[in-house]
Design a protein around this ligand. Structure first.
Ligand SMILES: Cc1cc2nc3c(=O)[nH]c(=O)nc-3n(C[C@H](O)[C@H](O)[C@H](O)COP(=O)(O)OP(=O)(O)OC[C@H]3O[C@@H](n4cnc5c(N)ncnc54)[C@H](O)[C@@H]3O)c2cc1C
Length: 554
C-alpha cells in the first residue's frame, strides 16, 4: 500500500517544488503572523514566475561532432535540447536558483541534457565528453540547495547535464545480509517501494525524499529525518560504482568492514559529481518497523534540551535515543505553535502556567520490531526528560509534525510569490560548542537582517544527534529586497562567517556545491584542498566534471 514514504510524485515543476497538482498554502493566520513579524503580506500584485517561453536561454553551444558522438552512445532521442528540458535542468532548488529561474534568467541552463540508460553508457559518455572537452553536470533529483547542479561550464565551450533518471533498477537484494544495490537514479519513494515487499527499509527520509535519488544521497552525504536512528547516507553506503573519465572505480561491498587500505569509498561519498558519476550504490538496509511511537516534550531552555540529548546520546548502548530527534529553539517553537492555530495557543498558555516562558519544543519518534521494545525505549527516554525539567505534551503534536513533514517545501513557492525570502542553512559541532555556535549564528543572521533594514524571523532546531555533538538547522524569513540574490549573498556570508569562526562545519548535510566552497578551505585547510584537487586530477584529468563545485576552479 502506498503511503507518504512510497508515494512517487511527478518531478518538480521547473520554478518550484514538488507535484504541481499538490499545492499547499499558508492559512490566513500565518499571513497575519508574517505581517506582524516581518511586515510581509499577501496583498498586492504577486511576483509570479515568468512563463516558460519567457525564460532567456543561451544559444545551445554543443559542437555537432560532440553531439553526434554522445548520440552514438545513448541514441539520438536521449540527447535533448528543447526549451523545457534545458530550463528544468538550469539549477537546483536553492533560493538563488529559484529566484533566477522565476525571473526568466536561464543563463545556468546546460546546452543539452543527456539521459544514459546503463552504467556502461555513463562511462562511455564521460569518455566522449573528455575527448571533446565538454563539461558534464551529474543530475539526480535536482534538489541541491547549494548550487550543485547549475550547469557551469568552467573553461569549456559547452556543458551537458547528465540526468540519471533512467538508471532506475534494483541490481541486487540480499535479505540475509540486509544489503541492497540500487542504480543511482532511483528516487526515495522508489527505493522504499522496492524494499517494502521484503519487509525492509532504507530508513532515509530527507525532507526532499520524494524527489531526491539514491545517487544524490551518496554524492552529498545527506541526512534524513530519522538519521539519528538509521544513520546518514555516508553510514549506510557499503559499496559503489563510480564512472570517471579515467575509467570505472568499482568498490564492491565485499565485507561489512575492512582494513585493506584507506577507505576509498569515502572518495565517492560526498564527491558531488566532481570526481565521477555514481552509477550504483550498495547500502545497508533495515527491517521495516512493525511498531512506532511518538513523543512531544517542551524543555525549559535550549540548555536543558542539549543536556538531556547529550546524556542519552553518550550513555553507552542507550536504546532509548529516538530515531527522529528534533528540538526547536524558543523562536521556532513560538512560530510552530502560533501557526498551529488555536491548539498551539492553548499549549503555549499551558506551558507558561508550568513556568516555561521560553519553551523549546522536542519532537521524537521511535521505530522498532515490537511494540514492547518501542514502548520500553519511549519510557526510558521519558525518565531522562523529566529529570531535565521537560514537560510532556500530547503525542498529537509529534503526529502533526509527521503528517506535514514533506509539505513544508511547497510553502516556499507561495512565500516567493509574495516577495518573502525563506532560507535554510545548517551546521554541526561538538556538544561543548553547540550552544555558543547556535547563539553566534543566530545573532549573525539577526544582525545582517537588521543591517539590511528588514525585520526577520530567525529560528533554529537541533536535527541530528550524535555521541560527540549535534547539528543545527536554521531557517530565516524576511521580506525580499530589490535584489534578492544580493540580499541572500549577504545573509549567507554572515552565517557562514559565524559558523567558521565558531569552529563548526560549513555543512552537516547539504554538501559544498558552489555556495559553501569559499569556506571549505577554512575547514579542511590548503593541503586538504590540494588532496581533493589531486584526486580530481587523477580521476578527471581534463576537469570536465561539475566545474566549480566542491573543488575550486584553477
Ligand atoms: C525542500 C528540500 C529539502 C531538503 N531536505 C534535505 C534533508 O532533509 N537532508 C539532506 O541531507 N538534504 C536535504 N536537501 C538537499 C538535497 O535534497 C540533498 O542534497 C539530496 O541528497 C540531493 O539528492 P538529488 O538526487 O536531488 O541530487 P542532485 O540535486 O541532483 O545533485 C546533488 C549533487 O550531487 C551530484 N550528483 C547527483 N547524483 C549524482 C550521481 N549519481 N553521481 C555523482 N554525483 C551526483 C550533483 O552533481 C550535485 O553536485 C533538501 C533539499 C530541498 C530542496
Amino acid at each position: 500500500m502506498s503511503d507518504d514514504l512510497t508515494r512517487t510524485i511527478p518531478r518538480s515543476i521547473w520554478h518550484g517544488w514538488g507535484d504541481p497538482a499538490e499545492r499547499h498554502t499558508l492559512p490566513s493566520h500565518a499571513w497575519d503572523f508574517l505581517e506582524r513579524e516581518i511586515g510581509a503580506g499577501r496583498l498586492g500584485e504577486p511576483d509570479l514566475p515568468v512563463a516558460l517561453d519567457e525564460v532567456v536561454l543561451p544559444e545551445p553551444a554543443l559542437p555537432p561532432a560532440a553531439r553526434a558522438a554522445i548520440e552514438e552512445v545513448v541514441g539520438a532521442p536521449q540527447v535533448r535540447d528543447d526549451r523545457a528540458t534545458r530550463v528544468e535542468h538550469a539549477g537546483g532548488k536553492s533560493f538563488p536558483d529559484l529566484v533566477r529561474i522565476r525571473r526568466g534568467d536561464g543563463s545556468h541552463a546546460p546546452d543539452a541534457v543527456v539521459f544514459p540508460g546503463t552504467p556502461e553508457e555513463v562511462q562511455r559518455v564521460l569518455e566522449v565528453c573528455a575527448a571533446h572537452e565538454v563539461a558534464v553536470v551529474p543530475f539526480g533529483g535536482g534538489t541541491s540547495v547549494v548550487g550543485g547542479v547549475s550547469a557551469s561550464r568552467g573553461r569549456f565551450a559547452a556543458v551537458v547535464t547528465l540526468d540519471l533518471r533512467r538508471l532506475a533498477a534494483v541490481t541486487a537484494l540480499d535479505p540475509v545480509s540486509r544489503i541492497a544495490t540500487f542504480q543511482a537514479g532511483l528516487r526515495g519513494p522508489e527505493v522504499e517501494d522496492a524494499l517494502r515487499p521484503h519487509g525492509l527499509t532504507l530508513g532515509h527520509y530527507p525532507q526532499s525524499h520524494q524527489e531526491a535519488t539514491i545517487g544524490g544521497y551518496v554524492a552529498t552525504r545527506s541526512a534524513g529525518q530519522a538519521s539519528t536512528g538509521y544513520g546518514r547516507a555516508d553510514e549506510l553506503v557499503l559499496g559503489a560504482r563510480l564512472a570517471t573519465p579515467a575509467g570505472e572505480l568499482r568498490l564492491d561491498a565485499h565485507a561489512p568492514a575492512s582494513a585493506a587500505a584507506p577507505r576509498l569509498l569515502d572518495l565517492v561519498v560526498g564527491s558531488e559529481g566532481a570526481l565521477g558519476v555514481i552509477t550504483e550504490a550498495t547500502v545497508r538496509v533495515a527491517a521495516y518497523p512493525k511498531a512506532t511511537a511518538r513523543g512531544s516534550w517542551a524543555f525549559p531552555s535550549m540548555d536543558a534540551a542539549t543536556a538531556a540529548l547529550r546524556e542519552l546520546a553518550q550513555h553507552h548502548g542507550d536504546a532509548s535515543l529516538p530515531d527522529v530527534c528534533r528540538v526547536s529553539d524558543p523562536s521556532e517553537t513560538q512560530v510552530s505553535l502560533t501557526l498551529a492555530g488555536g491548539i498551539g495557543g492553548r499549549l503555549l498558555s499551558y506551558l507558561r502556567r508550568r513556568g516555561l516562558t521560553e519553551p523549546a519544543l522536542g519532537i521524537f519518534l521511535w521505530e522498532g520490531d515490537s511494540r514492547v521494545r518501542v514502548e520500553q525505549r519511549r519510557l526510558g527516554f521519558a525518565s531522562t526528560m523529566l529529570r531535565h525539567g521537560a514537560v510532556r505534551l500530547p503525542a498529537a503534536v509529534a503526529a502533526a509534525w509527521q503528517r506535514g513533514r514533506f509539505s513544508g517545501p511547497y510553502l516556499r513557492d507561495e512565500l516567493l510569490d509574495h516577495r518573502v525570502l525563506a532560507e535554510t542553512l545548517e551546521t554541526a559541532t561538538t556538544w561543548d560548542r553547540l550552544l555558543p555556535t547556535y547563539e553566534a549564528v543566530r545573532d549573525a543572521l539577526a544582525a545582517e537582517f537588521a543591517a539590511q533594514g528588514t525585520p526577520a524571523v530567525v529560528q533554529c532546531h537541533i536535527s541530528h544527534v550524535y555521541a560527540a555533538g549535534a547539528s543545527l538547522y536554521f531557517t530565516c524569513v524576511a521580506r525580499t529586497l530589490a535584489d534578492p540574490i544580493e540580499q541572500w549573498v549577504r545573509v549567507k556570508r554572515a552565517a557562514s562567517g559565524a559558523i567558521v569562526a565558531a569552529g563548526a562545519t560549513i555543512t552537516h548535510h547539504h554538501a559544498v556545491g558552489t555556495d559553501h566552497l569559499p569556506w571549505l578551505g577554512d575547514e579542511i585547510g590548503q593541503l586538504g584542498l590540494q588532496v581533493l584537487r589531486s584526486v580530481k586530477d587523477t580521476l578527471d584529468p581534463v576537469g570536465i566534471l561539475n566545474p566549480g563545485k566542491l573543488v575550486p576552479l584553477r
